[in-house]
Design a protein around this ligand. Sequence first.
Ligand code: NAD
Ligand code: UGA
Length: 457
Amino acid sequence: MNICCIGAGYVGGPTMAMIARKCPDTKVTVVDINAKRVAQWNSDHLPIFEPGLDEIVRATRGRNLFFSTEVDEAIVAADMIFVSVNTPTKTYGMGAGRAADLKFIELCARRIASVATGRKIVVEKSTLPVRTAESLKTVLSANSSGAEFQVLSNPEFLAEGTAMADLESPDRVLIGSESTPEGIKAAETLVSVYAQWVPRDRIITTNLWSSELSKLVANAFLAQRISSINAISALCEATEADVAEVSFAIGRDSRIGSKFLKASVGFGGSCFQKDILNLVYLCDHFGLPEVAAYWEQVIRMNDWQKRRYSQQVVSSLFNTVAGKKIAVLGFAFKKDTNDTRESASIYVCRDLVDEQANLAVYDPKVSENQIRKDLNQGEVLVDGRPNTSVVIEQDPYAAAKDAHAVLILTEWDEFRDLDFQRIFDGMLKPAFIFDGRNILDLKALRGIGFEARGIGR
Ligand code: NAD
Ligand code: UGA
């Protein structure tokens, strides 16, 4: 079997590396129009940080895993073409700010149709609005010269930071197909790829629309749990209940379950917000405004939680942070990734820069360039002056030196083990610490002398 994947991103790269690893007889070629990204995949410095990824790429690259910019060549050679390109929220025109922008998907379909011959299975790996397969199929057949296409939906459920473990042992693999004999046969072909390492009872086959919709719904339910516990965190602060204790107590009910109940400064990542906005858009589109409003509240609560955190920092620091140094520990949207897309850190930092704070940011995996890009540093002028209110540090102690406050915005393990006495000694007093991830022992910090705040405790 010959597989091609269009899109060498956070999903395409790790997913195809795992297929190459588990299916040594299958040739897997990952193609992308971003030549720099492809060059990084072919180098010793992969474009994304993901625990365990380096080892698998090293073991398979050049054997049965290839990264290339030769998109057409890979399409022609493939039996099965995964489409794993980005599907961001539309920023223009109809549905701006809510609908998914499908231009990259459609470009892929046109490209596939223009060069493919014979029989091809096209697999939607990107997260897409329900019924996209219909449009995909129309574009493919209207533009092909004799090739035959079967479109499958195979959404990806990996989480960043644990992608390789999630891929190696997924809770389930979901494959949607048309219920025609050709559709079912195509689905069986894809099942046979995953069945090389995933137990058969974890491979679910459904119709196309259930598969497409299940992906959006899974993300909506996960994000809803976080917004629910974050809403309760505010009530905990008002009542002296402890949100960690509440999470633990409710999570022991097997009907609720303990996962995804950690209160935080707010969820981030490239998908939760985008996919819920897309769900909201679809509900409106299908004439279901009450359902749209229900899911939109998950996003509103998340926005409020991020803002609430920044406001708490400002009000605790005697209602002004202007000219004050504030250390920001953590910029990635969660630990064990260098991805900053929609990170809560970005929003908190922007709020504090607006309040004229001087930020010193430290993250173990995010590059200085990325942080500057996310905060529009270097380009944006504040009051007509170059904005130099953010410095990036390579060490958390340097970030905290002479700071009025330390903010923990990503739950990196190394932050749990910092020498907080040393940090306290180097700070201005009163020394504040705002644990936006509830990973620190607030009692011990208060013992050192910190004014320590968590979320919902
Ligand atoms: P990404 O931005 O990291 O990667 C997408 C890649 O596609 C980019 O490298 C881009 O250059 C390439 N691309 C775009 N148009 C192209 C074209 N016409 N031809 C060739 N290459 C093209 O995105 P991602 O995080 O990998 O997400 C991809 C999809 O998977 C999205 O729909 C997302 O919602 C979904 N998803 C993401 C995650 C995640 O954890 N990041 C998890 C599950 C699902
Ligand atoms: C999420 C889903 O977990 C994946 O199943 C899905 O495939 C993926 O989105 C996607 O479609 O992109 P991801 O965003 O990578 O994965 O990471 P999560 O572990 O879900 O965390 C998302 C955000 O929620 C992070 O900012 C995290 O810190 C936050 N979070 C998570 C909490 O605040 N509390 C929790 O209890 C869990």
